[in-house]
Design a protein around this ligand. Structure first.
Ligand code: AMP
Length: 312
């Protein structure tokens, strides 16, 4: 089933305890579409870059089967630029620079050939732009997944509330869930956020895994314990790309299948953090993917018998 991905395609400069990069390719939609491409060959991208953006990355996306007809290239303008520095624990980071450049006036034009998409992934962008994309689709997709961040809760809460009413699944991290709901307990936060619109909520907890909520149902997926987390940038987006890519491939949006999708999303994210930027997820083999899924299965498999009554 075809997937439409909207989000930033950008330059990032990243500093982690392991090193520092100059401008490298990043952006939420870059990670999402690369991750999704391992599951579906029908991924369509809507984004904007300046004429400073490297053509070879666009070619990489095309090689992965990502359709870039909806990627606008603005002559004489600069691509979105973000710079961040991670703290020693790698769980938190400071944003050093955000230069919106082309993203500041982004008009998300959806090509006619994308109109039949069944799955929509709204990567982190202003809620207004996310909403515009939904409104421009002549037919509502079967599933709309949205990512957002604390920044939009601070500067565009009214728009965010409106957009939340239009989506099926929201992915955010634990701190953002607390901020959005005003509840410390993630269970209470999940209930409140579901009342705002999305009937499914994924709360990402970094190296502590992810939770999927739907009504009273909850599912937990761990993150794979890795010897070294090199660069967490884009892990959330890569997770989302694996999640929606798997759903688009299987075309099954039941809660049961979303559990599998979360495992595939977590597996993709575990690759992402092993190198800077998109380096690790640009060229994965099927064998590497299969082994990683097996590692997840081994991590959580245990055998407790049905009879738990005490001995007399
Ligand atoms: P994540 O690590 O999953 O939060 O995603 C990091 C990516 O998000 C980076 O590649 C950035 O280019 C991109 N990003 C950071 N801030 C923004 C923003 N305000 N709007 C859109 N994309 C952003």
């Amino acid at each position: 089933m075809s997937l439409l991905v909207v989000g930033s395609v950008a330059f990032d400069a990243i500093e982690t305890p392991f090193g520092k990069t100059d401008k490298i390719v990043g952006g939420a939609a870059s990670y999402i579409s690369l991750a999704a491409s391992y599951f579906t060959r029908s991924t369509n991208l809507v984004a904007v870059v300046g004429d400073d953006f490297p053509h070879n990355f666009i070619q990489h996306l095309n090689k992965h089967g990502v359709n870039t007809e909806g990627l606008q290239i603005k002559e004489g303008e600069k691509s979105f630029f973000w710079s961040g520095k991670y703290h020693t624990d790698m769980n938190s980071r400071d944003t050093l620079i955000t230069e919106l450049n082309v993203l500041g006036s982004f008009d998300p034009i959806v090509p006619a050939s994308y109109q039949d998409c069944e799955y929509l992934m709204l990567g982190n962008l202003t809620p207004k732009v996310q909403q515009t994309v939904i409104e421009r689709l002549t037919k509502r997709p079967k599933l709309i997944v949205m990512d957002t961040m604390n920044f939009w809760m601070e500067v565009a809460m009214d728009d965010l509330r409106q957009t939340l009413k239009m989506v099926d699944v929201l992915t955010i991290n634990d701190e953002e869930a607390r901020q959005l709901s005003g509840e410390y307990s993630l269970v209470k936060a999940a209930a409140k956020i579901q009342e705002m619109g999305p009937k499914y909520l994924i709360i990402k907890k970094g190296e502590n895994g992810a939770l999927l909520f739907h009504g009273k149902q909850v599912f937990f997926a761990p993150a794979l314990p890795l010897e070294e987390v090199f660069d967490p940038t884009g892990a959330g987006d890569t997770f989302a790309g694996g999640f929606i890519g798997y759903l688009a491939k299987t075309d099954d949006i039941s809660f049961e299948n979303m559990k599998n999708a979360i495992i595939f999303g977590s597996a993709m994210a575990s690759f992402c953090v092993e190198r800077f930027g998109t380096e690790r997820i640009i060229d994965l083999s099927q064998r590497e993917l299969d082994d990683r899924i097996q590692a997840f299965k081994n991590l959580v498999r245990f055998n407790i018998g049905a009879n738990l009554s005490q001995d007399n």
